[in-house]
Design a protein around this ligand. Sequence first.
Ligand code: ADP
Length: 383
Amino acid sequence: MSFQPHIQRVGVLGGGQLGKMLSQAGSRWDLNLWLLDKDKDFPAGTVNRQFVEGDFKDFQDVYVFGKQVDVLTIEIEAVNTEAMLRLEEEGIEIHPAPKPLQIIKDKGLQKQFYREHQLPTSDFQLYESKEAVIQALKDVELVFPFVQKSRTEGYDGRGVAIIKGEEDLPKLLDSACVVEKLVDIDKELAVIVAANKKGDIQSFPVVEMAFHPTANLVEFLLCPARVDAEVAQRATELAERVIKAYDIKGLLAVELFLTKSGDILVNEVAPRPHNSGHHTIESCATSQFEQHLRAILNLPLGDTHVLQPAAMVNVLGDPGYEGPVRYEGLDEIFQIPQVFPHLYGKQFTRPYRKMGHITVLGDTIEEAIQKARTVQQLIKVKA
Ligand code: ADP
């Protein structure tokens, strides 16, 4: 049967900014998404009337919601996968499938998955608690420096502790964790790859992430990445191996480390649209959001080539402000050509909260970076 977007029921677990941008992409085709999250005032609720209030971590809420849709997807990993497994058994189509999602939700299982599938990743060890990490140090089974990550519930750098020596021990997280070798990182890269049921696979051009010095969040995101064509090719091939290994349909954002010695390692993945793909809305022939919808609906995947180089700036809550949000600098930003602000519609700001992003296009990546620096100095998120 030919594709009839207006009668398709696509359900999305989560109603944050990714759900908002997915809704906006779907709405161009009159494809109406249904979203499940706690509050209609969340970002996706501001653009989509089909918003069901409920908890995506709750079995019953996810099960009842999932029963009403043709295809179920996610915009956040912290969802109830037991309910998804039941729905899958009962014939609901789900992308990403709950089994790979269960692996991805747990950083320990993720690392074991890469080891088992011979996908390059940093060396690691799993521990049950902070005490177990300290014991391993005493036994000289573990040595400084290392990176400790909480196995579950970590995001945006929370749940990650970089331990270079004794002085960092107070930073140790008290939870079941992965302890990884500290990688000598040259660049952090990401490749967003999509697959559909027909077996088509299509990657977006490699992006380069530049990190904020204190917030441990991406400060700038550059596309195309400033790496050799050979490195870009290896990064893309690795990302495609990873999506095949998981057998995921939909998007998979693969975060990679390019090491100082030139190796490329898988850091972690997200089976959904990702912060590192926001620039695609304006800078690529197909946006990551449209690509995710194409992939989960088994449609032909879209052309991913770069129309123009882009630098993306996350709009984060300024430290020191908490409360109803007030933006400063937008008037000045609007005077700069080819600058595209996206505000997610969150009513309250807090330090480093992701409130929006701004994509800046240039004729060259250098020009985009230069304009992005100006944008970053202009935009202020206060209360
Ligand atoms: P999150 O899920 O919170 O984004 P990540 O695993 O991406 O956590 O880690 C956050 C950041 O910490 C990375 O982007 C990188 O800068 C740093 N980091 C993570 N793992 C390592 C490692 N093994 N070696 C060096 N730095 C790391």
